[in-house]
Design a protein around this ligand. Sequence first.
Ligand code: FE2
Length: 215
Amino acid sequence: MTLDRPLLSAGWSSSNKRPEDAFLTTFMETLRRDGRRLCNALVSELDALGPARRSWNPSSQPVVARLDACLAKGPQETAYLRGAIAAMKPYLSWQRAPGNPAVNNGKTDFHYRHAFCTLVGEDARVPTTRLRVGLLLIDAHCFYPLHAHAADEIYLPLSGTATMQIGPTPPKVRDPGKCLLIPGNTPHAIWTGDHMVLLAWAWLGDIRGPFLYHS
Ligand SMILES: [Fe+2]
C-alpha cells in the first residue's frame, strides 16, 4: 500500500526531540517484530547506545536530489521510518563509496549513482565503535556489484523494489518493509529497476574487517 498521509504525522515526531531517535526507535520496532537472531542482536546493540551525540555535518550527493520521491512512496510498514528520514534530511551527511577498484579504477556507474550516510558509528551522529547504521540510496537502473565484508549486515528496504542476490541462491525481487539478513563474508549484490531504492542498513560484528568486490 502506498503512503497516502503526511510523512510527519503526529506520534513519534511530537514526542522525540532528536530526529535520529525517532528513526532508531522505529527501526528497533521493525527489528523486534522480525525477531530473527541477527535482528535481536542489533536491537541489543541499539538499546545499549548512550545519549552522546556529535554535531550534524550535512553534505549531499547528486542522487540525493531525488530523495523526496523515495520518501513519498513505499508501503505503510515503512511510513514512520520514511517520515523520520524526512525530518533528518537537512542534516544528513551523504557520501559515495568507491566502485570496484578493478573496474575503471573504482569510477563505476554505481560509484556515481548512489549515496550513503552513517547515523550510528565511529564518526557518526550517534557515536559507537561497535556497529554502524545508516541509509543507502541507489538510482534507478543501477547495479551495486557483488561484494562481501566481514561484518554481518541487515538491510531494510524502505522504498522501491530491488532485486538482490544473497549468497549462492539466484537473485530475488525484494519488496520494501522486510529485513534482509546477510551473514558476514556472504557475497551480495543489488539491482534496481525503474525507481530509485532507499534502504536502511546496519553492520555489526566484525565491522572493521575487509570489504571486497567480487569481479
Ligand atoms: Fe553489504
